[in-house]
Design a protein around this ligand. Structure first.
Ligand code: IVH
Length: 709
């Protein structure tokens, strides 16, 4: 960098002209070193020299505040804003937590752990209890103690690179201090905004005529995802560290000790975190934290309990997207009273008629609420909810607000009980029908009902499904109304309708080209997304992933589902024992998280000819990628395992969960497809069959050695 003749003059002696030149030089110099450090990972000067440049810049700005440049390094951290955020893949997924709402749920959580680990009733299960911070989770990677990468949680597998923004967060150390810092560590925690900073920010936004943030959480989220980190820096975000992801060497064997390490390295750990000897002590802390809640300068929405022993955490593992070793005990929902102005009926993608309360807007728990779900006809009857009633509504976390009860004293004299509609509110007004024993009323129009069609398409293009950039719910609706798109397959034929699209109001060559490109990009799709996008009843993202993992490709899945459907047709009344229905049906129910009711919905989907048509039409246009194998480097990945006899070092459930987490399939019966039979004492017919078929048989100890424990 060229000099300006002023670089050696003390700040106190600078003239205004010299100061201006110096600030320009420093801005350029610091940006250059940021580029080397953050982007090229090749710093050219020592940290001390770099700090000296920044200190000098700040000192000059303090003396000449009018000269602060728009591109001043004091207003930003790191390199210039990028066009968007790059993706970061989490090598250890960032998961969510299961919820407990009552103390019994927490007792059950511990009982489950005892069963899973086969602990005695008197074996202590220590828990660490910590407030559940209502912010957004972020992860910070440190390499040799230096902050190198920051990311949002995203979908748990892939987040956004927010390195420069996270670097501006108040309690995010740039360098870790103290001893025992692992070579590489990824520290995870919650970014949040204090109430006081939130109030000041909104006050300023009001003065500036800008839209106000609804609550500190939204505000923290908006602030963290700014493309310009100088804006993030001005928002004063904070960070509580509470866990870790990838780590080169574990510095502790309990969660509690880990929190101590985090503190020692310079992180802020929530001061209410406590090591509890048993569940009663943890529940007492819950009460204490709840009592203090109103006095805190940040939002919390519950208490998280975590098993203290890390070897136990490891054994307990995960079920779909949440750990078995932790749970969030939520605070009771906040309530408020307001007027129920109207009951509207929404038609979901499966034709379910859902009553929705339109309310006089009211603030509950920091958020303005004007809609609440009324679930179904029975719920309305049971609570005798009527239009014109004053109702008590509640809201907990991100859950859809609910109508809890009616304030009968405020009921208008002429009010009448609500009658549930018997026709779909769509223009076709198709009859709606309620099966005996079912709570849901459904439109019988199936795919002829325009509301159902639209909602299926909306689901198909949603973020967790095909996620086609530029093709949101609104477009799908408009395209459907114009007859351009009726089934998902039509989306992939839009390229043949380019001329029609070009006539679309507000669309030009470029926007049509962008849309068609975005659609082409999704012609290759993950098998799990494909399954989820079909919108089968009860099949959410987690189940879709499990199905994709188990059946691996469309052909295998489809023939297994068709076989299960044939079996079900022969045994329609069996409600308890899947094996009594048939092999394919039982194998489906064998997947962790799939019960008989979900299996029935899957089978029903494959029984409906129209669904098969849509599926074939769609699949014919796509390349479906199998799910990336979890832990494919494990020697048991892709193998089919049968456990039989008594297991002595783990419970059956633990053995199954561990094998599945390593990418193996666990089956209940031995066949030629079985790769390994793990046999404990007392093994009988399955062991015999394995020997007959020449299947590899091993002891529990050999198995544990094989899977690395
Ligand atoms: S532990 C593997 N501890 O709650 C689970 N999460 O509902 C790791 N959260 O995504 C999470 N405070 O964003 C943990 N003390 C705390 C937390 C906490 C807030 C958030 C976190 C997580 C969500 C799950």
């Amino acid at each position: 960098m060229s000099g300006n003749g002023a670089e050696n003059i003390a700040v106190g002696d600078l003239t205004s002209g010299q100061a201006e030149a110096e600030l320009a030089r420093l801005a350029g110099e610091i940006a250059h070193h940021d580029e080397l450090y953050y982007r090229q990972e090749a710093p050219a000067i020592s940290d001390a020299d770099y700090d000296a440049l920044r200190t000098r810049n700040e000192a000059i700005e303090a003396r000449f505040p009018d000269l602060v440049r728009d591109d001043s390094p004091s207003l930003r951290v790191g390199v210039k804003p990028a066009d968007g955020f790059a993706e970061v893949r989490h090598s250890v997924p960032m998961l969510s937590l299961g919820n407990a709402f009552a103390k019994e749920d927490v007792h059950e959580f511990v009982a489950r752990i005892r069963r899973f680990l086969n602990l005695g009733a008197d074996d202590p299960v220590e828990l660490v209890a910590e407030p559940k911070i209502d912010g957004l989770s972020a992860t910070a990677h440190y390499d040799k103690g230096r902050f190198v990468l920051g990311a949002t949680r995203g979908d748990g597998t892939t987040g956004e690179d927010i390195t420069r923004n996270l670097a501006t967060v108040v309690d995010m150390p740039g360098r870790l201090k103290g001893s025992g810092v692992p070579d590489r560590i990824e520290v995870r925690g919650e970014v949040y905004m204090k109430h006081s900073d939130f109030a000041a920010l909104n006050e300023q936004r009001e003065k500036d005529g800008l839209a106000l943030y609804a609550n500190p959480r939204n505000s923290a989220s908006g602030s963290l995802r700014q493309l310009d980190p100088s804006i993030t820096a001005s928002r004063r975000l904070h960070f509580f560290a509470y866990s870790w992801g990838e780590i080169s060497e574990p510095p502790a064997d309990t969660h509690w000790h880990y929190l101590d390490c985090l503190k020692g390295w310079g992180f802020t750990v929530n001061p209410f975190a406590k090591l509890c000897r048993d569940v009663d002590e943890a529940l007492a802390l819950y009460d204490e934290i709840m009592e203090n809640r109103a006095r805190l300068d940040y939002d919390i929405d519950g208490v998280v309990y975590k098993v203290n022993r890390l070897d136990w955490q490891d054994r307990l593992g995960f079920v779909s997207r949440a750990p078995r070793w932790a749970i969030a005990h939520k605070f009771p929902a906040e309530q408020a009273q307001t007027l129920l102005e109207e009951i509207a009926i929404q038609v979901g993608r499966t034709g379910a008629l859902t009553p929705v309360a339109h309310l006089t807007p009211i603030t509950v728990g920091g958020v303005v609420v004007s809609r609440a779900t009324l679930h179904n006809e029975d719920e309305i009857k049971r609570k005798d909810i009527r239009v014109g009633d004053t109702v008590v509504i509640q809201r907990a976390g991100d859950v859809i607000p609910q109508v809890v009860s009616v304030v009968e004293a405020k009921r208008p004299k002429d009010s009448e009980p609500y009658t549930f509609p018997t026709v779909c509110p769509c223009p076709l007004a198709t009859p709606a029908h309620r099966e005996p024993g079912e709570a849901v009323t459904r439109c019988t129009g199936e795919l002829a009902c325009p509301f159902q069609q639209v909602n299926r398409l909306k689901h198909f293009v949603s973020r967790q499904a095909f996620d086609i950039e530029g093709l949101g719910a609104k477009h799908v609706e408009a395209f459907r109304d114009a007859g351009l798109v009726e089934t998902p397959g039509d989306i992939f034929r839009l390229k043949d309708r380019r001329d029609t699209l070009l006539e679309w109001e507000g669309w030009g060559e470029q926007s049509v080209a962008n849309l068609l490109d975005a659609i082409e990009e999704r012609r290759t799709i993950g098998f799990d997304r494909f399954i989820y996008a079909l919108g089968i009843r009860q099949v959410g993202e987690a189940t879709a992933r499990l199905l994709a993992r188990r059946y691996e490709d469309l052909e295998t899945w489809r023939s297994a589902m068709e076989q299960a459907a044939r079996e079900r047709a022969e045994h329609p009344d069996e409600m308890k024992k899947p094996e009594a229905v048939g092999e394919a049906f039982a194998a489906l129910c064998d997947i962790d998280g799939v019960g008989i009711s979900m299996a029935d919905d899957l089978v029903a989907f494959f029984t409906e000819a129209h669904n098969i048509e849509v599926l074939d039409d769609l699949a014919g246009q796509l390349t479906i990628r199998p799910l990336e194998k979890a832990a494919s480097d494990s020697p048991v990945a892709g193998k089919t395992i049968v456990f039989t006899g008594t297991l002595e070092r783990m419970t059956r459930q633990e053995a199954k969960a561990r094998a599945e987490s390593l990418g193996a399939k666990v089956s209940g019966s031995v066949s030629a497809k079985t790769d390994i039979v793990v046999a404990g004492p007392g093994a009988g017919s399955k062991l015999k069959k394995a020997e007959e078929l020449g299947v590899e048989v091993m002891s529990e100890d050999d198995w544990l050695k094989l899977v690395g424990r």
